[in-house]
Design a protein around this ligand. Sequence first.
Ligand SMILES: NC(=O)c1ccc[n+]([C@@H]2O[C@H](COP(=O)([O-])OP(=O)(O)OC[C@H]3O[C@@H](n4cnc5c(N)ncnc54)[C@H](OP(=O)(O)O)[C@@H]3O)[C@@H](O)[C@H]2O)c1
Length: 360
Amino acid sequence: MKKYKVGVIGATGMVGQRFVSLLENHPWFELVAVAASARSAGKPYGEVVADRWMMATPIPAAAAALTIMNATDDIKKIASVVDFVFCAVDMKKDEIQALEEAYAKAECPVVSNNSAHRWTEDVPMVVPEINPGHIEIIKDQRKRLGTKRGFIAVKSNCSLQSYVPALNPLREKYGLSKALVCTYQAISGAGKNFATWPEMLDNVIPYIGGEEEKSEREPMKLWGHIENGKIVNASWPSITAQCLRVPVTDGHMAAVFMSFDKKPTEEEILKTWAEFRGRAQELELPSAPKQFLHYFTEPDHPQTKSERNLENGMAVSIGRLRPDTQYDYKFVCLSHNTLRGAAGGAVLLAELLCAEGYMD
Ligand SMILES: NC(=O)c1ccc[n+]([C@@H]2O[C@H](COP(=O)([O-])OP(=O)(O)OC[C@H]3O[C@@H](n4cnc5c(N)ncnc54)[C@H](OP(=O)(O)O)[C@@H]3O)[C@@H](O)[C@H]2O)c1
């Protein structure tokens, strides 16, 4: 397979650094361009991130030597040297929308971590194991943008990356009618660690701006369908969510309650989870976990520290399935928020888009 040349827009940030790390030694992708704000542009990547590198592995040498480009001023230059870009920038929503469209219109596909385009009707928001077919909307988006190659594809929010995969194979099969979710979210989800957010030590904050709305609404787009060039949201199940920030570096946990129209047995649920395979597994994409949903029978698992890196942080861990007095069942689940929930999920989406011919 040919190697695709890729760029990372917002490469100096927390998610950007994760992209740079994941792209080192990637079998299909070669990092050839990094871009950030005017504050960083023109300087060597290694120099700019030296004192704010947050990854556990060292800065990849090839990336360190790249000169940072200006994310807003160098669009044509970047588009001329890459096959597509990943984007994770901290800017205003309308600025991000305009920036991503500018790359797409420069015939440079954008695989984005940002939320700015998640509700654009012809922008697919994709978890490759859940709604891979939504990438077909790209042909309608290209028509609107007037592009041949360029388009925008996004991934969903990190908060729902644990419970939506667990609910997904049960939804149609057993008529999932409602779910109640409480998430316990790591501080890296806010781009922070304990050095930069010491107030989080020994603390829980019961508010994450905008997160509960995303946790309730975004699953409906993932479970939606394409109709007349738009993605029409699903109308069920009904989901209610509370999202808390907890003193954990990485890994979002969720406590979930669920009810069904056709209530399955516990054994049926466990079998459905064990047998679930998505398009990412069928295509054997390089970043796809072999087993997407892992069930732990020990009552005190999954735990954040021991399970968040399962299958390179790309699998979902589930445990504690049991009957509930008000809902049919309850369980807990966990996913790595900056791997599967952010950069890793976007890399997997890019692999799907390459495998399905959208990057050629
Ligand atoms: N952290 C997570 O777990 C997570 C998860 C999912 C999605 N996201 C989303 O991913 C995006 C990035 O998050 P982050 O945590 O990586 O943020 P971050 O650490 O603050 O990094 C922001 C990046 O954006 C660049 N930037 C800021 N202003 C810019 C401008 N005016 N023009 C061009 N580039 C600019 C920064 O460049 P400089 O270094 O030059 O300032 C930096 O590379 C956000 O939209 C966030 O909502 C984050």
